[in-house]
Design a binder for this molecule. Sequence first.
Ligand code: KIV
Ligand code: NA
Length: 275
Amino acid sequence: MKSTSDFKKMKQKNEKVVMLTAYDHPSAQLAEQAGIDVILVGDSLGMVVLGYETTAAVTVDDMIHHGKAVRRGAKETFVVVDMPFGSYHGSEDRTLEAAVRIFQETGANALKLEGSGKVIDTIRLLTSTGIPVVAHLGLLPQSAAVEGGYKVQGKTAAAAEQLIRDAVACEAAGACMIVLECIPYQLGEQVSKAVSVPTIGIGAGAETDGQVLVFHDTIKYGNHHIPKFVETYANVGDDIRAGLEEYVAAVKSGAFPSEAHRFTMKEDELVALYG
Ligand code: KIV
Ligand code: NA
């Protein structure tokens, strides 16, 4: 199992950190077998697995339920679990209660929080409690309703400078990694130079210390919208549909089940039964 200091060393050696989301046991197993460095149980769970329109519907219990399944499927991989919408913006007590529950019950290696401002204090609070924290700056899906949608962030010099300051503050507060979502690649590079912890980009260009993608986007599974910054590396949705159509056709035609799939009774038992 890699540790937060291993990821820092990877950055020093210019070795890319590969992060992928996973939400259940088989996806976590496959991610681990493929050599993914960090598995993120993202609250994108809400959209890609649970069928909600946004991440705002996802609860602490949802994250725990799926986080536990991922942990069981990927025992040797560093697992990060998202704190969901609204679970870290109330009192310190309430935040700590949610964070400790998610961390203890899932057995995650770190929790991820979106945003800066007061969230910087929360990063410090969790880190001082002994919970490693991954920061998340740039596009913040949990704030999409307030921001009026999903837009590229940090496009002006002023916004870019603020984002760099926020990243530095996240590191100072103890963040062990920083996810950068949907920012110009030039800013992705600047932020990565400004901090010593790895930056993990999604729609943030090639200069970040690592990349993260959503499992279902990467392999084209499900019919949700796939953003511009995603590359797909398989098309399992089509494979699954074709397989299921074959199953339907085989049952309808009587081709399945065949003799190979059936169980049988011995002759004397049949005689005893029917005479
Ligand atoms: O929930 C998620 O999948 C994420 C990644 C896109 C970084 O937060
Ligand atoms: Na997320």
